[in-house]
Design a protein around this ligand. Sequence first.
Ligand code: DHB
Length: 536
Amino acid sequence: MTFRAFEHLVYVRKPYDPESQMLSVYIPEAYFKGGTVNGFTAETAPIFMPNGVGGYLPGKIEEPQEDSRHGGANAALYALSNGYVVISPAIRGRSLKHRNGYETGKAPSLIVDYKAAVRFVRHNRKTGRIPAGDTEKIISSGTSAGGALSALLGATGNAKEYVPYLNELGAAKERDDVFASMAYCPITNLENADMAYEWMFHNADEYYGRGFARSMAAADRDASSYDTLPNRPDNAPGEAKTGTPISPDQKAISAELKEDFSEYLNTLNLRDSLGNHVNLAPDGNGLFREYIESLYLASAQDAIDTGEDIKDTPWITVSDNTAVHMDFDKYIAAVKRLKGVPAFDAFDMSTGENNEFGTYNIANKHFTRFGLEHSSLVTVPKRKEEEAAQKEKDEAMRLASPLEKLRLQKANLEEQMEKDKLDVSPYMADSNVVAMMNPMSYIGRADVQTAPHWRIRHGALDRDTALAIPALLALKLKNNGKAVDFKVPWGYGHDGDYDLPELFAWTDRICKIKDKAAEILKTEKKKAEAKAKEQA
Ligand code: DHB
């Protein structure tokens, strides 16, 4: 495979960190000689834009390589040999410091950089500085935090919230929507992920997460005091060989979060393909649970159909070569709970996600009201207690004599003034920034161009986030008319890029259908013009 590389192009005019805000362009050699690869030309070649982010840490440029983790070509090289133009950006992440000493990789910088890179590509393809590729067929891809980022890019096309950030960097004034988004095990919808995790893993009595998930520095991965399993991708939190018990206090917290999940889910108003509301009762049972079970069952069925022997899988019942039942508790016992309680917004602000939601001068913050209310670092009034107190006050006011009413009003006012003095912003992420990291809040918005094509994968053994999280993303996309290929691959844990032939068969298909449709439209238009001429 011969290709040309245009390397290390800084993609914004005013970078905070040029090393982290540059991209490389790789183009199949054939396109410089008027040739075709896999039916594509220099003009029609799709543009594959993978990101190398993991753990919400800085992402490196994904260079084409022959010896990937899964053996053979990595995604960039595989794409090139199938005629794709590959453009891979480096992206700032949560641990990055500016040379002035301040943080420069906190949310939302990751997505702002990805968008800036897309804008750069559109701009420079127009000017010819990038000599090949179709900017109407940009496909993003990533794994885990990188999968979350790919989903976010796909969901938020041209959303106005990001514009001030893009302008600050001197990003090109171009569109930043993409054609397709590919997300492997996206660690996304973070402010709701704790609830989803407890909904799925509440019944576990221990967890196997190791220090890193709960610490800030990537370097901690090398700490030899942990006896860890070598089964984890770079920059993902580690897994210990032995479990840590979940205390009764943590169980109580877990129960609260679990119950809150049903409430959250029901506000989403999602429907299955038959139009039924996929809701949950307060006890966590209901159609959504059946839907999640059906995803695992479909995964098992795929394995059976490809001749795999899954007899020894304790959480799947097989009858007559059909996967007929999934047992949640047996699943948890077999795959083991990975994360502590809560999984993402830790009360001591010790997770990578707490670190991601820091600001230029504060390393870590909470990003959920629940985390803030239970914080071990700050005391704030609890919302549920406040609501109860307010009810009592309203009742007292109702029953009070006119004179008492005046006194109560004054007391309430003084109390409110005390409360207003409480500034939680050093401990709690800005809700606008939290929303800007969540694809869910953009899907279905009339002023946003969400990608029409999606491919989402979450391995059947993945416990880095609950399957509910990518499932909600897929459902919301489908409910909003997007084409979604969502599967739970059997036998895979927290991982990505393990099925490149299938991935690129999918991208080929959607790109060729788009080109064919464009061709038909063009012919129809020509015909209509000819007819109009004839009639004139
Ligand atoms: C990743 C994994 C996690 O469990 C997490 O919380 C964040 C990121 C990752 O592998 O990128």
